[in-house]
Design a protein around this ligand. Structure first.
Ligand code: SAM
Ligand code: TMP
Ligand code: ZN
Length: 408
């Protein structure tokens, strides 16, 4: 009997299809002198027979992940800064173009998206439980509430500020197992013609590219149009639009609206049909994804061991949350990857979770350049490879493991 759990969307039976082993918290960067035992959990993914939602088999308590010292910063990528600026401008011209508009962002982080909204003088509220990043948003002129968004938060926001034209979340809704509470809150908070827009890594891209490192504690759900459509209907909303996005290795931006408020776009019908045609939710397709992960793991370890045997230096690039899944699944430690270069102040001079690979500032990457850089931040490849042209000129090579292990 395969492992089973209960679906967080419909309470149906979730059957496991891939096990990525014992894992630490993906964003718990520890001081070198900290020798206390690390929190671990079993990272495995399953699919619900009832509503098709792909989700983790085990849930990590939210306060362990999102707290005062949560290190991730939205502003860490120039491409993402431009992505959110352009989106905010689009919202200002569309969803927020009416009389005295109001937008609520879940997981506003350092205020990268809402900064543009605030500068336009439009009423807004960021809901962000992680203290240090919320402080950065406030410093950027964004109005922030340090809280987890859930139904009770939504009701209290509605009492204080009135209903919202737009509720928005980037790389946040998929982090929240209590989807039912979020959707009840959204329904209570939205104006009748309002929209809930969210963007998250797309199951279709994850399976196609075998980007198994998109699976970690914070990514509780791996959404598709099929599963979001079913979830929306179950919780009193309708999926009215989808947009595929090139960022973060492939995402979909979903728009939900109250029943009957908006017509469904052709893009929704097309993506649902595409998912059906490729069998995205078929057991055989998900099992084959698991088989390919095992292949990448073997190939990556073989390459790193071969480079070590040849006396080559390998440095990691980008101490992403994703990298915790890779290093801990493959058993990659400082013997194979000397250190990881990362721009995030709260990650530097600490050890990466589980693997205990040191994280160092980018200046160390060039001092001197290694022969090989393992690109953990492969979702920012274009931006990083352009910025690091001198590494290639020095004879350095990039190692990638998505969609397969290759050196460029
Ligand atoms: N939206 C930003 C972006 O796309 O760059 C930040 C994404 S970050 C990966 C996820 C954020 O969601 C974190 O800042 C975390 O503190 C926040 N978060 C987690 N649970 C939340 C909840 N229940 N309500 C609001 N924010 C939440
Ligand atoms: P993400 O893939 O979750 O956005 O995380 C990217 C990580 O990589 C984050 O810790 C910041 C880091 N990073 C760099 O070190 N240099 C860079 O040029 C970029 C774009 C990101
Ligand atoms: Zn379900």
């Amino acid at each position: 009997m395969p492992n089973q759990s209960t679906c967080r969307v419909c309470a149906g039976a979730v059957t496991e299809f891939v096990d990525l082993g014992t894992q630490p918290l993906s964003d718990a960067f520890r001081l070198p002198e900290d020798t206390t035992e690390e929190f671990t959990y079993r990272l495995a993914v399953g699919a619900c027979a009832g509503c098709s939602m792909v989700q983790l088999m085990e849930e990590v308590p939210r306060e362990r992940m999102f707290h005062q010292d949560y290190p991730y910063l939205s502003r860490g990528s120039a491409v993402m800064r431009e992505h959110f600026r352009a989106l905010a401008e689009r919202f200002l011209a569309t969803e927020l173009a009416g009389e005295d508009p109001f937008v609520v962002e879940l997981g506003c982080n350092d205020g990268t998206m809402l900064g543009t909204v605030a500068a336009a003088g439009v009423r807004h509220l960021g809901v962000e439980p992680s203290g240090a990043v919320a402080d950065l948003a406030a410093e950027a002129g964004v109005r922030v509430r340090k809280d987890f968004f859930e139904e009770s938060t939504a009701l209290s926001i509605r009492d204080q500020d009135g209903p919202a034209d737009l509720v928005y979340a980037a790389n946040t809704f998929c982090h929240i197992p209590y989807a039912e509470s979020i959707l009840r809150g959204v329904v209570a908070l939205l104006k009748p013609g309002g929209a809930f827009v969210f963007e998250d890594p797309y199951l279709g891209d994850i399976v196609e590219q075998t980007s198994f490192d998109q699976i970690y504690d914070e990514h509780f759900f791996l959404f598709s149009a099929t599963s979001v459509d079913a979830m929306a209907r179950r919780h009193g909303l309708e999926l009215v639009d989808v947009e595929r996005l090139p960022v973060h290795g492939g995402e979909v931006r979903y728009t939900l609206a109250l029943p009957g408020a908006r017509a469904r776009s052709a893009a929704v019908t097309a993506l649902l049909a595409e998912e059906g045609a490729r069998g995205l939710h078929d057991r055989a397709v998900l099992d084959a994804f698991g088989d390919r992960i095992r292949g990448i793991r073997a190939d990556l370890l073989a390459l790193l061991e071969d480079l070590r045997a040849k006396g080559e230096r390998v440095v990691g690039y980008g101490a992403t949350a994703k990298s915790a899944t890779v290093t801990n699944l493959c058993g990659i430690g400082p013997d194979l990857v000397e250190f990881i270069s990362d721009t995030t102040p709260a990650k530097q001079h600490r050890l990466a979770p589980g693997s205990r690979i040191p994280v160092r500032p980018p200046a160390d990457f060039a001092d001197p350049y290694p022969g090989y850089a393992l690109l953990f931040a492969w979702n920012h490849a274009e931006e990083i490879m352009a910025k690091e042209a001198a590494f290639r000129e020095s004879g350095g090579k990039w190692i990638l493991y998505v969609p397969d292990v290759h050196v460029v």
